[in-house]
Structure formats: structure tokens, C-alpha cells
Design a protein around this ligand. Structure first.
Ligand code: ZN
Ligand code: ZN
Ligand code: FE
Length: 761
């Protein structure tokens, strides 16, 4: 040790627990000949280093630049403290367990390269062991019951370490030093295969699972965050059955590949996409389907497909036996939460799957796979799940602890306290009772894990939202946040923007201040305030929810609004019987159950229905995604939207655009061209209205938010046009652009002192 002239206390926050951070710090401290210690505290790592100034500096610098693979530093706080005499070595201390520490929940990490090699190495003691993991990989959040993250507070608690494993666990320089889920075939969890004829475990279970898949059958596999249904991706029959089991006739299914080289065999993947696909969180990445040679019923009618890399060791063991990917989709029925426990799986899937392949380690926190996409060079988060949740983001300011309840569809909730917000995993549609149960449980669990007791509850304005009545039932002061304000606020808070921006929220639906359904909105807003300054012209939704399920009803509503002759309407909706049309027309003239909406999502659905004959949709956004898939990107023409309205409120009128669209359809213009002209027109009016607002308000920053922007063509076009006209365009990249981001937006608004009571100008 050199002469100790300095002692520093270093607090490192971010993704630093369960990633081998402390052994890494120890190696580094040894290199720099520093004394001191490192330990986990709450969800961060605390260090003290002692040595000369140059060594202390060098240590901190290298700590940041040569961080181990899955670790991520969000914040590094260095304080000079008093020198400790006679301190001459660096040690790793037991975790600090006490009350008011800032906590972070470690996230699950896909298997690392070292573990993968051991898994396939016949001479290794973990050869073929499906629960292999180390400090740099393995389950985290999905097995945690309490923080700090130590084995006895996870579902590994019931597996006492064998001698070999406990030696690794206790050896500071071992890759498995304090790897909490450390295990081997002798002491750890085991797979169990059950196909009604036989029950086998361990190695034979894996062999039986492989055989089942090879026969073109369907396997229910328990993985990291829950049960999946798996089948070979070239086996259309099995895939058709999976669709039946899930009651999902059309929704795209994800496929899993063994590694990056297999992913590349499937088609063209650009650098940004490869980075996402190969990340330690192993999300589902939406890729261009054109070049993929898989069963056509994996993602019918769409030009993209979800692909993920094997993340659990068991996925490798299965995939290495086949030269096709596996279809891997959560085993629950559409709309229900992911199945996490063995009995539930048995009860719910008994007569549906060919075999169960489960294991005896319990899943503490169920997580769906995360979904992301790379569009226009930006990351677009579509679902927060395993590997990405709970997602912590800085949320500075003075506020008491907040629970933000989120939206009812694609729900997540968020907890904010002490300068940080934590966004939960995707919890689905709260109108499903089981989802609502899981939602309440998860709120309880995360409050416990993070030691947050909410003093304020943030929720939507919608009078019928389940999450709103839940918020009201908690006996804590409730603050309401308008849905589209929350969409824009989530981007503002993620990117740390405090000044007012032009917020464009193109969305399915969200309750407005005028008790109408909004969804095609231009706002001037910051975190505290929002002003609605422009919106799409309203139209009625015949039958309310029914108009969402059956997009042709929306199409009819627009056609009636355009005052088209009855015969022309019947011809345009040739795929619907005249009786049905008459029945809905009757409803339209009665005005009963006909809420007005300015929703951009509904406009998309109506156009999809008109152009592609889309009659009904079985999942949210289906009609719009078919329309996107139909676009011919060569077509540069556009349908003009007119701007009308009174002072201070621009109304974007679709009449001219739809009239041109109908004329195109009547002369037999190809759907690909019509779809492109519609997208182009919408992007153009988005930019034109923004320009007008810039001229009036002097604001040059545009934020895009809302589920409609999951449409990559519109998103790219809008960004291109806006940037071309000199705007700075901001979009959330870590927080979902759809309703999955609402909770974080609500938290950000309430933390900043906004909320519906205070913020409407
Ligand atoms: Zn590993
Ligand atoms: Zn062992
Ligand atoms: Fe929304």
C-alpha cells in the first residue's frame, strides 16, 4: 500500500447489485493498492477506498469505464472522509440492512458467455445443468422476496449450497462470489417433465422435453418470469394450436433463437437492433419479417416479427438440438396474467398442452418478456418485463412518496420517492380480474421491496378506470393526471426536460377535461401545466367499446359524418351486410351510446377498415398495424388535412383527407398507395400544426407520445418531417411510448406539483 493520504466514501447507484460489482471493485482496489471495503446497501453499493490521491482518482475513473457487462451506473457520489489508521486491505462486507436507504431492485440477466461455455463443456461440473448462473447473469427480480438482495431473501433459500458451490460463493475472486442464485445439479433446482404417461426429472426431463418438441408437440415450459408455450417455429400445426390455447387468433407470436449467429441466419438485422437483441436483458426485438423463413401463422398480416435470444440456460439446451427457432409465447390465455406457479399451470393447461416442463424453484415476481424496437435510430420500448423491470429512473424534486396507478390497458404502475421512480413490469389489462389481482399483489410487493409507503396516489381522469377506483380506495390523497399529459410527461421526465414543449399525443383513447375521449392531441405542456391547443376533429363512436372491437363501425361513423350517399357507403363497406350497416346507422341517428372522440387510433382503425376491409380486431392496435404493414414506402403523395377552429384551439379536419382517400379507393388505387398517402398526410399535418404553434409560442421542441406512434412508419415520417423543418424531436426510449408509460408520466406530473386540480391552463 502506498502512503494513504485520502479516504473516499463512494456511493454507486444504478444497476449495481447482483452483477458482480463488489468483486469487480475489489479487483480494482487491489490493482490500485487501495484499502477499504465495499458492500451492498439497499439497492446501491457503498464503498470506501483509502490510498493516495492518484490511486483514488484512478480507481473511480476505472470503476466507470471498465464496468462488468450487465452493470450500469446511474449516479456516483464521492465524498472525502477521515483516514482510518491501520487500514491496509480491501474487503467485501456483509450487506447493510437498515431502514431509510434508497433502494433499487436488481433485474434479471440473460445467461453470460462464460456460463454458456461451461453449460456446453462436458468436463465442467455444471455441464447441461439448466440453472447455471454467476455474478454476471441469472435471475434476480423474479426470485427476490425482500431486499437487500441476498440468497436467504430469494426463492433460492430452500436450496442449501453444496460444498463446491458454497466455496465459490465465499471466494472473493471467484466468478460466483456472492452469486445469490448459485447452484449445481447436486444442490440446486431441477426440471421435471410430465406428459401424463411419465414423470421424470433432471437430465432425463431435459431429454424428454427435446423429444416432445421434435415430434411437433407443444410444451409448457417454466422459465424465469413465468410459463411459456413452446413449439418449433416451422410447425404451423402446433402454432395454430397455441393460438387456440391462448385464444389469440391473430396476435403475433415471438420466436427465440439460440444466439446472435442464429438470429443473423434469419435475416437482416442492423447494428442498433443487434445491440438490443444481444443486450443482457434479452428482450423481444421487433424485426423486419420480410427475410424470415418461418411458419406464416407466427405473425400473420404483419411485416415484422418479434425475436429474442435464449436467456435461460434451459433455452440453450433445447435450442441447440434444433436448427429452427422456437415459438415462445407466454402460456396464459390472452388477457390473463402470466402463469407463475406449477399448480396453476397444471390446472389451466392440463388438457391443452402435450407436456409440462416445470421446475421446483418458485417465481416470486412474474414477468412477461420485454418488447423493444429500433425505429429511426431510436429505441422504442413497447413492454417493460423480465430484464427491464422494475425500471428505475431519476425523478428529482421535493415530494412525498407517490404511487402512480397507470392506465387500465397495458398497465404498469410506478413508485416514486427520494428522487427516483421505479416502474413496474407490464401487468396487462386491469379489466381482467386475475390481472387486477396480480396488479394489487405487485404493488404490495414492490412497496415492500423498495420500502415505500405512498403518501400520494396519482391516477387517470377516466371515471370508469379500474385503476382509478383502486386509487380512490386507498385512503391516501389522490391526484388526477390527464392521460395525454401523462404520455408527454413520461418523455419529459425521462429526458430531464423542464421547459414547455409542443406535445403531440396520438393515442387510442384517454379521458379529457371536457369529459370526452381524446386521442389526437397537440398540447403545450411542461410537467406542471398542460394546455390543449389542437386536436383532431371529433367523430362519434357507434356503440362505444363496440366501435373499437369492430373498426368498420368507426369507418361508418366517418362516412356518415362526410354525408356520403347511402349507396356509396354500402359499396365502400362491401364486406359488411346492408342490414348490419342499417342497424348501426340507426344507432348513429339515435345518438344513444355514441361518445365523441378526437382519437387518432380510431381514425387509423376506420381507414384500415375502409382500405383493407378489416372487420374486427382481436387485439389492441391490430387494424392499425395491418394498415402500417400495407404501406408502400415509395409512395410520396399525401392526403391533406385542413386546419380550422377558433382562436386558441386548432381543429384538424379529416374531411378533405378522407374524401380524397375515398375517391382513390373508388378508382381502384392500390391499398399500399392509399395507406402511404394517409400516413404521409397525417405526418404532414402533425408537422404543420407544430409549425403554427412554434410561430405562436416560440417553442421549438416537440415531444411525441401515445400508442399510435408504435407505428414505425408514422413515427419515422413524423420525426423526418419535424427535423426537416428545424424542430428538435424528443421521444421516450426507456419508458414505453404506449400506455405502459402512463404511470411514470403520472408520477412525474404529481412529483412536480402538477395534476388535474392544478395544471389546466
Ligand atoms: Zn454467468
Ligand atoms: Zn452445488
Ligand atoms: Fe394512451
Amino acid at each position: 500500500m502506498g502512503t494513504a493520504s485520502r479516504r473516499w466514501h463512494v456511493e454507486v447507484t444504478g444497476h449495481v447489485q447482483g452483477v458482480g460489482f463488489r468483486p469487480f471493485a475489489k479487483r480494482l482496489a487491489n490493482q490500485w493498492q487501495l484499502a477499504g471495503w465495499a458492500r451492498n446497501a439497499g439497492g446501491f453499493v457503498e464503498l470506501e477506498v483509502q490510498g493516495d490521491l492518484q490511486a483514488c482518482n484512478g480507481f473511480v475513473k476505472e470503476l466507470v469505464v471498465s464496468l462488468p457487462r450487465p452493470a450500469q451506473i446511474r449516479c456516483l457520489d464521492v465524498k472525502e472522509i477521515k483516514i482510518v489508521l491501520k487500514d491496509s486491505a480491501f474487503s467485501v462486507l456483509a450487506s447493510r440492512v437498515d431502514g431509510d436507504l434508497q433502494r433499487f431492485v436488481p433485474k434479471d440477466i440473460g445467461i453470460c458467455e462464460d456460463c454458456r461455455q461451461e453449460l456446453l463443456d462436458i468436463t465442467d461440473r455444471r455441464f447441461g445443468y439448466p440453472f447455471i448462473n454467476c455474478c454476471h447473469c441469472g435471475p434476480r427480480y423474479t426470485i427476490i422476496n425482500k431486499l437487500p438482495y441476498d440468497r436467504e431473501r430469494t426463492s433460492m433459500r430452500k436450496f442449501p449450497l453444496c460444498l463446491d458451490c458454497s466455496f465459490e460463493y465465499a471466494t472473493e475472486l471467484d466468478r460466483r462470489f456472492h452469486a445469490e442464485p448459485n447452484a449445481c445439479a447436486e444442490c440446486g433446482p431441477q426440471y421435471i417433465f410430465n406428459d401424463n404417461n411419465s414423470v421424470v426429472s433432471g437430465r432425463s426431463a431435459v431429454d424428454s422435453a427435446i423429444l416432445t418438441l421434435a415430434e411437433g408437440k407443444i410444451l409448457a415450459i417454466k422459465g424465469i418470469g413465468g410459463f411459456h408455450l413452446a413449439a418449433l417455429a416451422n410447425c404451423s400445426e402446433a402454432i395454430a394450436r397455441i393460438r387456440q390455447i391462448k385464444s389469440r387468433p391473430d396476435k403475433p407470436l415471438a420466436v427465440m433463437v439460440s444466439d446472435m449467429s442464429d438470429a443473423l441466419k434469419l435475416g437482416k438485422i442492423d447494428t442498433g437492433e443487434a445491440e438490443l437483441l444481444d443486450g443482457p436483458d434479452c428482450p423481444i426485438v421487433l424485426l423486419d419479417k420480410a427475410s424470415f423463413d418461418l411458419a406464416p401463422n407466427i405473425a400473420p398480416g404483419l411485416t415484422n416479427i418479434g425475436v429474442m435470444k435464449a436467456y435461460a440456460p434451459i433455452h440453450f439446451l433445447l435450442l441447440k438440438e434444433f436448427d429452427v427457432p422456437l415459438v415462445m409465447t407466454s402460456a396464459n390465455k390472452g388477457g390473463s396474467p402470466i402463469i407463475i406457479n406449477n399448480n396453476d399451470a397444471l390446472v389451466k393447461l392440463k388438457n391443452e398442452v402435450d407436456a409440462f416442463f416445470s421446475h421446483n424453484r418458485s417465481i416470486s415476481n412474474g414477468c412477461d418478456d420485454s418488447v423493444v424496437r429500433k425505429v429511426a435510430g431510436r429505441t422504442m420500448a413497447l413492454r417493460l418485463g423480465r430484464g427491464r423491470a422494475p425500471h428505475a429512473l431519476e425523478l428529482k424534486g421535493e415530494y412525498s412518496p407517490i404511487l402512480a396507478c397507470g392506465a387500465d390497458l397495458k398497465n404498469t404502475f410506478a413508485l416514486a420517492a427520494n428522487g427516483w421512480a421505479h416502474i413496474s413490469q407490464h401487468l396487462g389489462d386491469l379489466s381482467d380480474l386475475d390481472c387486477f389481482d396480480r396488479y394489487q399483489q405487485t404493488i404490495k410487493t414492490l412497496c415492500g421491496l423498495l420500502d415505500i409507503e405512498p403518501q400520494k396516489v396519482a391516477c387517470d381522469l377516466h371515471p370508469d378506470y379500474v385503476s382509478v377506483s383502486y386509487a380512490e380506495s386507498l385512503g391516501v390523497p389522490v391526484e388526477r393526471v390527464q392521460h395525454h399529459h401523462a404520455h408527454i410527461a413520461s418523455s419529459l421526465a425521462e429526458k430531464g426536460i423542464h421547459e414547455p414543449v409542443i406535445g403531440v399525443a396520438f393515442d387510442g383513447s384517454g379521458w379529457g377535461y371536457d369529459d370526452r375521449i381524446w386521442g389526437g392531441e397537440w398540447l403545450i405542456c411542461d410537467l406542471q401545466h398542460m394546455e390543449r391547443v389542437a386536436h383532431l376533429k371529433e367523430v362519434s363512436m357507434p356503440g362505444s367499446e363496440a366501435a373499437i372491437r369492430f373498426p368498420w363501425r368507426m369507418a361508418l361513423s366517418y362516412l356518415v359524418d362526410l354525408q356520403l350517399e347511402h349507396d356509396a357507403i354500402v359499396e365502400l363497406l362491401g364486406f359488411i351486410s346492408e342490414d348490419e350497416i342499417n342497424a348501426v346507422r340507426k344507432q348513429i341517428s339515435s345518438g344513444i351510446n355514441m361518445p365523441l372522440t378526437s382519437s387518432c387510433g380510431r381514425l387509423f382503425e376506420a381507414v384500415s377498415s375502409l382500405v383493407l376491409g378489416c372487420r374486427s380486431q382481436s387485439f389492441e392496435g391490430q387494424a392499425a398495424s395491418y394498415l402500417e404493414s400495407a404501406v408502400s414506402s415509395e409512395e410520396e403523395g399525401l392526403y391533406q388535412f385542413a386546419l380550422a377552429g377558433r382562436k386558441g384551439m386548432i381543429e384538424v379536419d379529416y374531411t378533405q383527407a378522407l374524401t380524397a382517400l375515398i375517391a382513390d379507393k373508388q378508382v381502384g388505387t392500390p391499398p399500399a398507395v392509399i395507406a402511404a398517402r394517409f400516413h404521409n398526410g397525417l405526418a404532414d399535418v402533425l408537422a404543420t400544426v407544430s409549425e403554427r404553434l412554434r410561430a405562436e409560442r416560440g417553442i421549438n421542441k416537440v415531444v411525441l407520445g401515445g400508442g399510435v406512434f408504435a407505428n414505425a412508419f408514422l413515427y419515422t415520417k413524423a420525426i423526418d418531417l419535424l427535423e426537416g423543418r428545424g424542430f428538435q424531436v424528443v421521444t421516450a426510449e426507456e419508458v414505453p411510448i404506449n400506455d405502459g408509460g402512463i404511470s411514470f408520466g403520472q408520477a412525474a406530473v404529481v412529483a412536480a406539483g402538477g395534476g388535474a386540480g392544478a395544471n389546466q391552463i
